[in-house]
Design a protein around this ligand. Structure first.
Ligand code: SAM
Length: 372
């Protein structure tokens, strides 16, 4: 392992932005950043995989499976409401745990992928589809790239409460609740296009019916996020009753054959969330080109939640108070639109003021529909 690799891993564990809602992982990250043996362990993941998620997921998996150790006392997911707040003994406990379980941890870190599947992100897909419905009447073919367990692909079987308004199935065991900020520009989330077909693509599809795969997804949920754990379990059960079709492989390799299956001329939607950021930098151009090529034989709507808006069109107070990702839609003409800024796990959505100077703005006719 090169010094350079270790330095990159150390940097990832130094003040990791991703753990905003996990005081435990923020505290333990400091221990990892300062300890060469832990950095060497964390560096065993596959290229492009976020070392922080992978390392803590592996440790969490062993603790959830019942590994007895003082470290478990700091995990609300294991110790319950009596879990200790991270203190000066937490770091040494982590180091001791990792040294005792080095072989199992190495096995998990070197074989597993960061596949966290946040069912709440189905809300982003739903907003995007509702926007698309304002512009096309035709049924759409939906492809999710990096679908993990396929939870987002069952977006039409969940209930949603956004800013107090309810959408979707109120009787669903999966109820997604998010706060709403910004002007009143949200499309009707119950007015969705019909789906002609639904497909997922993943490097390593998570089998919702396999206990080992389910356990890995649970381990990727941060220990404090008990609500998310419950939501994940409910969504996994729901999807396991009727899993969507998911093709195994790199999107770059799989999308051409999948696109060739779609009837020419019919609209297709490609969606991805928290996926492109896991694609190694030198593969991103090919990843983007593979998605663009899905539009060769029919109109393509490319929807994603990945990185922040650039520039961020929101007022200064919003930019200061709510750091989020752009919900981006590229229309079949190739014009990009930021539909909203959203919290990375879709806990809030901030709509945007329509920009009257934006010539690529999505426009409707008198009935609010766009003829294509
Ligand atoms: C962090 S998970 C996100 C899952 C889901 N999109 C969500 O928002 O909850 C990223 C997923 O992308 C998959 N992935 C990463 N690179 C990929 C690629 N080049 N082709 C297909 N899937 C990929 C991973 O296997 C993983 O399941």
């Amino acid at each position: 392992m090169t010094e350079r690799t270790i330095n990159v891993i150390r940097e990832a564990f130094t003040e990791p932005d991703e753990f905003t809602s996990s005081p435990l992982y923020r505290a333990l990250s400091r221990t990892v950043a300062a300890e060469e043996r832990l950095l060497a362990l964390a560096a065993r993941g596959r290229a492009g995989q976020y070392p922080t998620f992978l390392f803590f997921g592996a440790v969490h998996q062993l603790l959830l499976a019942g590994a007895e150790h003082q470290l478990a006392c700091y995990y609300p997911s294991v110790a319950g409401p009596d879990a200790l707040a991270p203190d000066e003994a937490a770091g040494p406990a982590l180091l001791d745990f990792c040294l005792r379980h080095e072989t199992e941890l190495t096995g998990l870190i070197s074989t597993r992928l960061v596949q966290t599947n946040h069912v709440q992100r189905a809300l982003g897909l739903r907003i995007g589809l509702a926007e698309i419905a304002r512009h096309t009447d035709a049924p759409v073919h939906l492809i999710e790239v990096g679908t993990s367990a396929g939870l987002n692909l069952r977006f039409d079987r969940y209930g949603y409460t956004l800013g107090g308004r309810r959408y979707g199935d109120p009787a669903s065991p999966v109820q997604l609740v998010a706060a709403l900020h910004g002007p009143d520009t949200l499309p009707d989330l119950d007015a969705l296009p019909a789906t002609a077909s639904v497909h997922g693509v993943d490097l390593n599809p998570v089998d919702v019916r396999a206990q080992a795969d389910r356990r890995w997804l649970e381990a990727l949920v941060w220990p404090e996020n008990l609500d998310q754990r419950r939501l994940l379990a409910a969504a996994l059960d729901l999807v396991a009753a009727d899993p969507p079709r998911v093709l195994r492989g790199d999107a770059v390799d799989v999308l051409p054959a999948l696109a060739a299956e779609l009837p020419p001329g019919e609209p297709r939607v490609v969606f991805h969330s928290a996926t492109r950021l896991h694609v190694p930098l030198d593969r991103r151009a090919a990843f983007d080109a593979a998605i663009t090529a899905v539009g060769t034989a029919g109109p393509l709507w490319w929807l994603c939640v990945e990185d922040g808006p650039d520039p961020d069109p929101r007022p200064a107070a919003s930019r200061r108070d709510r750091v989020g990702s752009a919900l981006r839609l590229r229309d079949p003409d190739g014009d990009d639109h930021t539909l909203a800024v959203v919290e990375g796990h879709l806990r809030w959505v901030e709509t945007l003021q329509a920009d009257p100077d934006d010539s690529s703005r999505l426009e409707g006719d008198e009935e609010g529909r766009f003829a294509r």
